[in-house]
Every structure is written in structure tokens, then in C-alpha cells.
Design a protein. Sequence first.
Length: 489
Amino acid sequence: MNKLYFGDCLDVLKKLHNDYPQGFIDLVYIDPPFNSKRNYNILFESADLKDTKAQKEAFADTWSNISYKDTLDELKDLDLDLFRFLENLDIIRISKSAVAYLTTMAIRIYYIHKVLKDTGSFYLHCDPTMSHYLKIVCDLIFDNKNFRNEIIWRYRKWPSGNRQFQRNHDCILFFSKTGSNDRVFNKVDLMDRTASTLKRFGNQKIVSGYDEFGNRLPSEMKDETSEGVARDDTWDIGRVPPVKQLFPTQKPEALLSRIIRASTNEGDLVADFFCGCGTTVTAAEQLKRKWIGVDISHLAIGLIERRLKDGYGDEVRKKYEIDGLPKDLASAIQLAQGVEFGRLKFQDWVIETMIGGIHNPKKTADGGWDGYITFDYGGKKEIALIEVKSGKVNVNNMREFIHVVSKQKADLGVFVCFAKQVTKPMLLAAKEEGYYHKDDWRDKFDKIQILTVEALLNGENIRIPQTQTSTFKTAEEKDDGIDNQKLFE
Ligand SMILES: C[S@@+](CC[C@H](N)C(=O)[O-])C[C@H]1O[C@@H](n2cnc3c(N)ncnc32)[C@H](O)[C@@H]1O
């Protein structure tokens, strides 16, 4: 059964390694973020909140904020060479955040190596700011004799920067777990013969055993030269145009399709541990491979589900399981109690997955607001603030929230808690705030709405005018290359 995991891939990898110590995956592709996960959600935000700039700054938490020393200690016991390499990075001119990033990646790649079959392949998608360091990390984990290719994915984007050449490529490092003769490598998407070859030999089969440069051809290529020559390691594939993007860093399906067809056969298992909006997952489904997708963001998991449904209809839901998202009251309570992922994750689940909003990057104690959702009304963005309570609440919490809604000049307020916490005084306080209502509407909507977790699990949601919410508006184009420079600041 295919599987989508919501959570940190390190937890998932450790669990999978524990369950299948011999390795069981045929192909792993990863496209990890260059910065922390949190930056991804804000890119979907289109609300015109007054403090958007401040929010964006708050979101820009870099890897330097993450305590990586514990991970480094953990690696010391797992792989001493890797530990020494990372530890010594501290003494060259590379920022702390870059070392933290590499350490964070190293432990995950260590476990990816473990969950691969001996015949398995690994593709690491990165860019030139980090690829040389990541190559060493992979050399140490996979052994450099198992390095297969550095694939250059070349694309075009809006020109930027005029004092250097445009940065128009990403790197994909390709390793095999072992040198096993049984590993799959299919020669896919052969290239056309060059003009000079065609001029010399026409379209006839080349039997000389030499290419147009006079180099001896490897024996397995001789038969193929009539169809074209083996694909090389520079790939020209267009990026997903911004208007078609579901996700700011979405990769083209053609890219994933080539990787999957080259390194697996039908029925094999493909995994992506940073799967974003699920390009690997949908390409694998299309190519009749089994798949595993993991992402730490609820938003990503929601998008993948939508993408699979749009592509393969309702039936596809029977072909995969989701791990990590509460589906019933008991698991919602567990999440709220921080059993699995911590209390703030409960808020994210309510706000992003269940309501479809954006969480407030400034995590505040009581007296603030936890998230918001926007909706269009007459060309204007209207805002509903969301407050989520995982534990005990009383009428004072409700009054505080009412005060915040009024101070922020929000159009609506939604207070979420478990049903057994709702009291009569709370209902009364909410009712006293009246309606969100425009003169040309027949309908009225409570200005302060109490939404229980139970109701959310039953498919109910915030009551707003029936226009499409705008929170998930298509993300804008972003120049990754420039951003990654920040790692060295
Ligand atoms: C560059 S995007 C991947 C885009 C993807 N290739 C696609 O085509 O949509 C990186 C993803 O990694 C996720 N992520 C970040 N840290 C993670 C972690 N520790 N575990 C799992 N996913 C993580 C982010 O939420 C984001 O969706």
C-alpha cells in the first residue's frame, strides 16, 4: 500500500529503518529545502495583513536557529567520518547556518542509505551553493565509488543579476547504494545523434564502434546508435510555469519521470522524504510504481491529496494510507496533548489542514491569535482570525480573543476548542458580538464563531460567504539561487 506520512522525515526514516533493517526501497529522490520548512507556507499567503512584512521576517528562520549540536552528537555514534567532516566545517569559512543545514541533511541521508535496498538508487536535488558540500556528505555515506552522476538540470527563468552569469541550473547527485550488477538502470530518453554524426553516417546503423569524435563506443552502445545515443547528464527541462504552480518549489513531472523510469521498473518502490506538493508521488503513480511520500507541512499533504484526486479520481484514495494526521477524536486529542508532534502542531493541523488557513508565525502565549483565513468579497480581501485551544478554556479566553479580533480590525473571529470545553457564558459572549453582514447580503454570519474539533472532524468549517477562499492562491515565482546565498551571510 502506498503511504503519505505527515511529519519530520527523520522520525519516519528511523521508524522505517527499525521496521525494515535490510532496506526495502528501490529509489529515493529528495529535494530538500535550503531553508527551514516554515518559509514555505507564507508563500501561499495573499492576505493584505498590515504586518505582513514583519510576518515574513519572522518566518525567515534560518538553519542557524536550529540547534544542530545534538544531531552532531548523534552522528558521532553512527558515523565517525561524517561527524569529523561536519565538525571540521566549523573551521573553514562557511556560516554556522550552512553547517547546521549540512548536519541536518547528513543524518537524514545516513538513514536514507539504510532504507534503500542494496540494488537501490539515490538522487539528491540541490543547487550549486551547497552541492559540493553535499557531495562529500554523500561520498562518505554511500562511498564515492558508488557515485554515478552529477546531473545538471538546466532551465530558463526570469533574468536576474547583471554582474555575473545567470544561475540557470540545479544539480542532482545520483548515487547507487552498491555497485551491484542487479541494480536497475534503464536507458531512457535517448538523445538524437548530432548533426555531424548524421552528416557522416546518415540515419544508418553505425557499426564501426566509434562515435563521431573517434572515441571507441562502449559495447552496449553500439546497437543503440541507430535509435540515438545514450542520454547524457545535462537535462534541458522547462520549469513549472508560475501560473501552473501548486507549490513554489514544485519540480516538473518530466524530470521525475525520467529519474523514475531510469532507476526503477513497474511495481518498484519509490520514496520522496521531502515531497512538497507530491511531484514524485504523482509521477510514480502515473508510471505504475509503488510510492512513499513524506512532508512536514500539513499544507503539502493537503495539496498532494488534492493533486492525486484531480489526476486519478476518488478511487485513488483507496490506494494509499496517510500516517500522522488525526482522523478521529482520539488521535486529535493525542495530538493536542503533544503525544506525537507537540502542541503547536495541533494548532497547525486545525488551522492549515482542517480550516485551510495560515498559522501566525509569531507564536504567542494567550492573548494573541493563532492563524487566519482570507476570503474575497467584492474584490477585497476579508480576514477571519483563528484562535485554537487544545486544553481547558473559559469565558475569559473568549473575551480576550474578541478583544484581539476588534483590535486587529478583522472581519470575523473563529474560536476552536474541544466540544466539552464550550460553556454557556462562552456562547453568550460570542453571540453578543453580532453578525458579519453587508447590506446586499441576505445571509448573516456570526462575527465570532465557536467551532469544535468534533465539528471539524465531521466536515463542518468556518461559516463565511460562499466565495473561494484566497489563502491558497498560486505562489509567486521565487529565485532560489539568490536566496541560498543567505546561507553564507
Ligand atoms: C523544495 S520542497 C519539495 C518540492 C517537491 N519536490 C515538489 O515538486 O513539490 C521541500 C519540502 O520539504 C518539506 N520539509 C522540510 N523539512 C522537512 C522535514 N524535516 N521532513 C519532511 N519534510 C520536510 C517542506 O515542507 C517542503 O514541502
